[in-house]
Design a protein around this ligand. Structure first.
Ligand code: ADP
Ligand code: ADP
Length: 228
């Protein structure tokens, strides 16, 4: 699904920073992968490149054979919209929109008809167990519920690749566990490929594979059990 060949990324500034220093990785369809590493090791940069949000300084980022590094902004925008969904530590919900409106947003932006939007939103709220919260505002929800709204919003487009940046970072362990179980069930039921940046060993142990970064390089890449 995703291949990186000798990917380097430097940021220009007062002094140049090398965030990624030659990454080679292949992530297959349907994998659930954790990325761990100390702060500054390049995790966010890597996620941004996988998401087509940024391009490498050198190297290739191949998605189904097409190189994002050599795609223009328009092509990458299309890739982001059609192939990728994101969840974040801080949920990033629209505070003035109700749960169902937040979840509907990506479909509105994609010009989907309102009948189809209602159907898809109802289905995905069911999937994350939030039917009873459909008409609430984000402020009225717990952290775990907010993250489930964010997951519903990510799922509603049916994108094959879900990128998650510290999805359990703001949650206590019980709430974190619920989110991990939900992600695993999405992975299992839908076959969604999931790439998750995390500091949490427990979250990583819910994945099938652990990639460790250090100083912009892959320090370790190993198969995990993938807790069922
Ligand atoms: P992590 O997510 O593992 O903390 P990052 O990918 O955020 O690592 O950062 C890797 C390195 O690149 C760090 O040294 C960071 O300071 C630097 N960096 C990240 N983003 C930028 C940016 N936009 N401009 C300049 N330096 C950056
Ligand atoms: P579009 O091209 O459809 O306008 P955007 O680039 O605006 O899509 O992405 C939608 C949202 O997802 C934005 O809020 C953006 O910040 C976020 N996003 C996109 N790519 C990434 C990524 N790799 N990591 C984290 N957030 C991302």
């Amino acid at each position: 699904m995703l291949k990186l060949h000798n990917v380097c990324k430097s940021y220009e500034g007062k002094s140049q920073v090398t965030a990624l220093a030659g990454i080679d990785l292949a992530i297959g369809v349907g994998e659930m992968v954790a990325i761990m590493g100390p702060s500054g090791s390049g995790k966010s940069t890597l996620l941004n490149l996988m998401g087509g949000l940024d391009i490498p300084t050198s190297g290739e980022v191949l998605v189904s054979g097409k190189d994002l590094a050599r795609s223009n902004e328009k092509e990458r925008s299309l890739y982001r919209r059609s192939q990728i969904s994101y969840i974040f530590q801080a949920y990033h919900l629209m505070p003035t929109l109700k749960v169902n409106q937040n979840v509907a947003l990506p479909l509105h932006l994609a010009g989907v008809s309102s009948g189809e939007i209602s159907r898809q939103v109802a289905r995905v709220l069911q999937e994350v167990g939030l039917v009873a919260r459909a008409n609430h505002l984000p402020d009225e929800l717990s952290g775990g519920e907010r993250q489930r709204v964010a997951i519903a919003r990510a799922l509603v487009t049916g994108a094959p690749l879900l990128l998650a940046d510290e999805p359990t970072g703001n949650l206590d362990s019980a709430r974190g566990e619920e989110i991990l179980n939900l992600l695993r069930s999405i992975h299992r039921e839908r076959g969604t490929t999931i790439v998750m940046v995390t500091h949490d060993h427990h979250a990583a142990s819910a994945c099938d594979r652990l990639i460790k970064l250090r100083d912009g390089r892959v320090e370790g890449d190993s198969a995990l059990g993938g807790k069922q």
